[in-house]
Design a protein around this ligand. Structure first.
Ligand SMILES: *Cc1c(COP(=O)(O)O)cnc(C)c1O
Length: 469
């Protein structure tokens, strides 16, 4: 430090005699050329360091109280600002909300197998659209199809960007310019900006609503079927349940009607559940195989909900209907990328052994973990946190599935309950270097261990300690 490089010099220790504190501010140029800031320039682009310096000086000018006291203070403020500027927008967070498939938090975390598949193919060339048997151009739509057929019993399949685009593609391929019949009880909204009627309208099919909010009968569908019918659409009620004076027509009951009139029957299934979780107490959702067996022409589902894979839209069904989707120019606009296909195929492969899928697909592992394990992890994390000076204890909670499946299921869980002003604690955890997202209940911040992947407890303890202590 005492031997400055040519062209750099130490900042003249600033702030000579500040009657007007602004006059004492070092200039951006001087700071940038100083030997104290040189280490930052050695590791980060000059433009970014300059932006950090400028913004720290600007802050000091605007708010003299925030002016660093000495040179070390300036350099520290600049280094912090630089770190904030370098921080990627998309970051890892710890999901301690108790909602296992949280759409705002990226839904399903990927399995080790899926991550391995991504690294094995994405950093190098791959046969995404190349037929290795024939040595000629191939199709990206062949990948994962064999596994999807094997695991669901479907005749054929196509993988696209997400379930919403799968619905648009399927309707556009089979019913554009014609009518699509759907029950009023199924015109649902799923999170953010997915409303079934809006998405359907974009497909070029005309929506024909039948029945009422609470009751729709087979006769309602029968009366609506006519010359201009292009499809009957059944939408799985992913995120709510209707109770009371209700009735709906099961998928299997719609099949004969659709067959008789040779009308495609589309089932917007959503969840993508591939194995029954009955034995773990999660009942009432059909599996993809059930949906295919019930006789829909096409079954549409997400890759990143109960399937536990990457974001994707999976269309299963009759070979001719799938072929129509594949031929549709719209398929190009919603096509899936190689990272997704790599992750999806690896995730699907785990399901060849359902027990293995439940163990290795993180979403399934979290949902099916014995409550006693979750409790033990909560107790251990709480003990570690207390050792670190964080006041907390463990409370029993109810976790949920999220991601549009098992809407009413409440899963016994345990959370670390933090002591202190909840809003302030929640904010500090959320804005930490490694954000932890919990929930506030009964005036306390709860960190629910069921949605924290096993093996991440140490990270959680470290992140909470860093943010709160
Ligand atoms: C979640 C869901 C969708 C939307 O799926 P994305 O993959 O998010 O596009 C569509 N339909 C149903 C029934 C769903 O549950």
């Amino acid at each position: 430090m005492s031997d400055p490089r040519p062209g750099t010099r130490s900042v003249p220790t600033p702030l000579d005699a500040p009657s007007d504190p602004r006059r004492a501010l070092p200039s951006v140029g001087v700071l940038l050329e100083s030997i104290e800031v040189a280490p930052l320039l050695a590791r980060a682009p000059r433009s970014l360091v300059a932006e950090a310096v400028r913004s720290v000086v600007d802050d000091a000018r605007r708010d003299p109280a925030s002016t660093p006291n000495d040179l070390a203070g300036w350099v520290e403020a600049i280094a912090d600002r630089l770190e904030a500027l370098e921080r990627p927008s998309l970051r890892a967070v710890i999901n301690a909300t108790g909602v296992v498939l949280h759409t705002n938090l990226g839904r399903a975390p990927l399995s080790a197998a899926a991550l391995h598949a991504i690294t094995a193919t994405a950093a190098v060339a791959c046969n995404l659209e190349y037929d290795l048997e024939r040595g000629e151009r191939g199709s990206r739509y062949v990948h994962a199809v064999a596994l999807l057929r094997e695991l669901t019993g479907a005749e054929d399949a196509i993988v696209v960007n997400n379930c919403a685009s799968a619905l648009v593609l399927a309707l556009n391929s089979l019913a554009a310019g014609r009518e699509a019949i759907v029950s009023r009880g199924e015109l649902i909204e799923i999170g953010g900006s997915f409303r079934v009627p809006d998405i359907m309208a974009k497909s070029g099919a005309t929506l024909v609503e039948v029945g009422t909010t609470n009751r729709t009968h087979l006769t309602d569908y029968e009366e609506a079927v006519g010359e201009s019918t292009g499809a009957i659409v059944k939408v799985h009620r992913s995120n709510f349940e209707l109770r009371g004076f209700v009735s709906e027509v099961e998928l299997s009951a719609l099949t004969p009607l659709a067959r008789t009139h040779a009308i495609p029957l589309l089932f917007d299934f959503g969840s993508g559940l591939l194995v029954s979780l009955d034995e773990y107490g999660l009942r009432g959702e059909p599996t993809a195989r059930d949906a295919v067996r019930a006789g829909a022409t096409l079954v549409l589902m997400s890759g990143d909900k109960m399937l536990g894979g990457p974001q994707a839209g999976i269309v299963l069904g009759d070979a001719s209907a799938i072929a129509a989707c594949r031929r549709n120019p719209l398929a190009r606009a919603v096509r899936v990328d190689k990272l997704t296909l790599a992750a999806l195929e690896a995730t699907l492969a785990l399901y060849r052994e359902p027990v293995r899928a439940v163990r290795e697909v993180p979403a399934l592992a979290m949902l099916t973990a014995p409550a006693a394990n979750v409790q033990l992890r909560a107790e251990q994390a709480a003990a570690r946190l207390r050792d670190n000076g964080v006041s907390c204890d463990v409370v029993e909670t109810e976790a949920s599935v999220g991601g549009g499946a098992f809407p009413t299921a409440r899963i016994l869980s345990y959370a670390v309950a933090l002591q202190g002003t909840p809003a302030a604690i929640e904010e500090r955890l959320r804005r930490g270097d490694h954000p932890v997202i919990g929930r506030i209940a009964n005036g306390r911040v709860l960190l629910d261990m069921r949605s924290v992947p096993a093996g991440h407890d140490e990270q959680l303890v470290r992140a909470v300690t860093t943010s709160l202590v």
